[in-house]
Design a binder for this molecule. Sequence first.
Ligand SMILES: Nc1ncnc2c1ncn2[C@@H]1O[C@H](COP(=O)(O)OP(=O)(O)OP(=O)(O)O)[C@@H](O)[C@H]1O
Ligand SMILES: [Mg+2]
Length: 406
Amino acid sequence: MYLTRLSLTNFRIFSRLDVELPRRVILLAGANAQGKTSVLEAVAYLANFSSFHAASERQLVNFNLPPEPIQVGRIVAEFVRENRKHTLEVRLILEYNGNQLNPRFRREVLLDGVKKRLGDLYGQFNAVTFLPQMARIMEGAPSDRRAYLDEILSQVEPGYSRHLNDYNKALTQRNALLKILGERGGDVRQLEPWDGMLAGHGANIMRARIHVLQELEALARPIHLKLTRDAEVLRLGYQPSFEPLPSPKGQLALPVQASHDRGGLSTDELESGLQRALHAAYREDISRGMTGLGPHRDEFRVFGNGVDLGDFGSRGQNRTALLSLKFAEVHWMRERTGEWPVLLLDEIMAELDPQRRADLLSVLGEVDQALLTATDQDMFTPRFLSEHEVWVVRDGRVGPLSSESH
Ligand SMILES: Nc1ncnc2c1ncn2[C@@H]1O[C@H](COP(=O)(O)OP(=O)(O)OP(=O)(O)O)[C@@H](O)[C@H]1O
Ligand SMILES: [Mg+2]
């Protein structure tokens, strides 16, 4: 898939931007603070409906707008998927209602002119981002890795975002009830409906995570062997917060770190396993006032030749593993959706050695469209610059290099 047009209104630094995009690699070049990352952020928003770096989505609306009761930032994109043209429009709305300091934030998204709920919008437009902050996938907290899985699964797996949303709502309710039970006591059977909801949605979440990690591993392994010249075997280890596989006879529990094939577990088996585990942990959950197990506590680790890279990998080793994982993600999306995702690469080239840079450029050659940013064009070969579209971003304006020079 690829974008044919992008219009931004009052989005970040852009009061108004309207560009037609070719189906190819586009390099956005420009000095610092000109709006390069903001263009990628807008495009990524169409896939994830969240910003990859704003702490609050209010920050996406241009902050130089005159005071008005309502301010609207807008992303409108036309894109082609399965040879059909579609339009996605995102309205980021700030409503002040007399409160100049703390506006209410609201969002509307329209697909082909029709307002839709978020659950129906995921997967319409697919993008894979390569960002400096993606190092968190390797080196960050378990929540960073969960967020990574959730982001790619929401884009590809129908219903995933709804399960996640409903799971989180039920979790909040269950935790509130656990606190009450801990403070005032009461009938623990009140937990059962929430256990049922967590187990139902949680089983779907776990099943999707089990499968995506297996599929990503299968795709990443040969890529990683190539990038490391056969030196390192990459493995992705799912570590659910409870072991859903039945324990073998005579053994109380399997160590969670052990690698097992959980791919054969059905959603029903996961659901009953999670329900049992929640039930068995009542006392602990009540004393802590929160739910101690379930997909919200899942983790996965990346191993190189059996060594946990998040803990022990060198910087270069981790960077390469991450690149293998991201390349695998691109191919995984293509396999699952039948379309190449749009690639968004923010300042990635600068971090890579010449060999990795060449590897990355060859992936760019495969996809329909890629947008990459750089402050310095010198890191690209003259051949790359002549074969691809080079645009200049200056002061919130974007356009081809040629039109810039006259
Ligand atoms: N909500 C906003 N309203 C107006 N301007 C904003 C808003 N948010 C960010 N900016 C400004 O937009 C400018 C461009 O930011 P952006 O991160 O897109 O630049 P960049 O070209 O990627 O720069 P760099 O090369 O340093 O990464 C910044 O100077 C920033 O202050
Ligand atoms: Mg930037």
